[in-house]
Structures are given as structure tokens and as C-alpha cells.
Design a protein around this ligand. Structure first.
Ligand code: ADP
Length: 162
């Protein structure tokens, strides 16, 4: 069974991420979407909420697991039995950053391959940063997010908690 890890901050998971996930599912038997976080850095949504949003987004899809992790991505791949790391590429800047990260990962764990998937042209302008900006300013980010995600619910919970 070929398993890949699709790691990211996913703060929050967007239609762009969904497009990469759908492509990855054509290449692998199972894809683990993994929210990587650092306890010293707080995000817009908590890691648990980010996981829940992804679970809503992928509801009904087969061969997808959603979880979170801390620490090195290559170590988490080994823990999960994933032989590949999936990353999406939007721009040449993404490519430059991702190639540096993939070379470091390859040095640490040569058996784990990085697989880059180009962004679909209709999604390539979408970023979690833009979504967070829109949400922070009271705008509707629905057009950037998977349709199963009720982002207002998570926003209200976030505001109630802060
Ligand atoms: P990170 O902080 O690890 O870069 P992100 O959540 O921003 O986490 O992105 C996770 C992965 O998804 C990265 O490989 C990123 O390049 C990719 N990605 C983000 N947005 C898009 C998009 N609109 N289309 C394709 N890939 C994307």
C-alpha cells in the first residue's frame, strides 16, 4: 500500500489544498493530511480546529486520514509508514522554498521522497494567509473554502473563546 503524507499548517485548509489532495489520491492508495504545528507559535485557528475543518472538508472521501503532529515531518512519515511527502507548488517562490526543504529532508531520511504537485490554475491564487485576512476583516471567505466547511461556526467558537 502506497501511503503519502500531505503536511502543512492548513490555517485554514482551502480549495487549493483540496485540489492537491484530490490529485494526490490519484497517485497514492492513502493520503494522510497532517497539520504540523509548533506549540510556541499560535495560529489563527488552534491545531484541533484546523484538524476538524479538514475532517469536515474531506467528509465522505475515501483513503484520507486527518491528524496533527509536532516535530520533524520525516519522523512523522516514519511513524505513519508514509513513503512520500506531498507539497503543492503555486509559484516559483514556493518551488525555491520547497526544494530547500526537500533537500534537507532527503539528507535526513533518504528513503522518503518529496512529490511536488502543481496548483490548479483556478486555485493557484488562494492562500490561507488571504483567507485569514478576509476572515479577520469580517469578509466572506466561502469562495476559497471547501463547501462542507461551515467556517462561521468555527469563527464564532474562536471569538467566544478569545
Ligand atoms: P505551510 O506553512 O507548511 O506551507 P500551508 O498550509 O500554507 O502550509 O500549505 C501546505 C501545502 O499546500 C504547501 O505545499 C503549499 O505550497 C500548498 N498550497 C497552499 N495553497 C495552495 C494552493 N492554492 N494551491 C496549491 N497548493 C497550495
Amino acid at each position: 500500500m502506497r501511503t503519502a503524507l500531505f503536511p502543512g499548517s492548513f490555517d485554514p485548509f482551502t480549495l487549493g489544498h483540496m485540489d492537491i489532495l484530490r490529485t494526490a489520491l490519484k497517485l497514492f492508495d492513502k493520503v494522510i493530511v497532517a497539520v504540523g504545528y509548533n506549540s510556541a507559535k499560535s495560529g489563527f485557528f488552534t491545531p484541533d480546529v484546523r484538524v476538524q475543518i479538514i475532517k469536515d472538508a474531506v467528509a465522505g472521501m475515501e483513503n484520507v486520514e486527518v491528524c496533527s503532529y509536532q516535530g520533524l515531518t520525516v519522523d512523522f512519515c516514519k511513524e505513519k509508514g508514509a513513503g512520500c511527502i506531498i507539497r503543492g507548488l503555486r509559484t516559483t517562490t514556493d518551488f525555491e522554498m520547497e526544494s530547500v526543504i526537500s533537500q534537507a529532508n532527503r539528507k535526513m531520511a533518504p528513503e522518503i521522497l518529496s512529490v511536488f504537485i502543481p496548483a490548479g490554475h483556478e486555485y493557484s491564487f488562494i492562500s490561507s494567509t488571504v483567507v485569514r485576512d478576509v476572515l479577520s476583516n469580517g469578509g466572506s471567505a466561502r469562495c476559497f473554502l471547501p463547501k462542507n466547511v461551515d467556517i462561521d461556526h468555527y469563527l464564532q467558537a474562536r471569538e467566544a473563546g478569545s
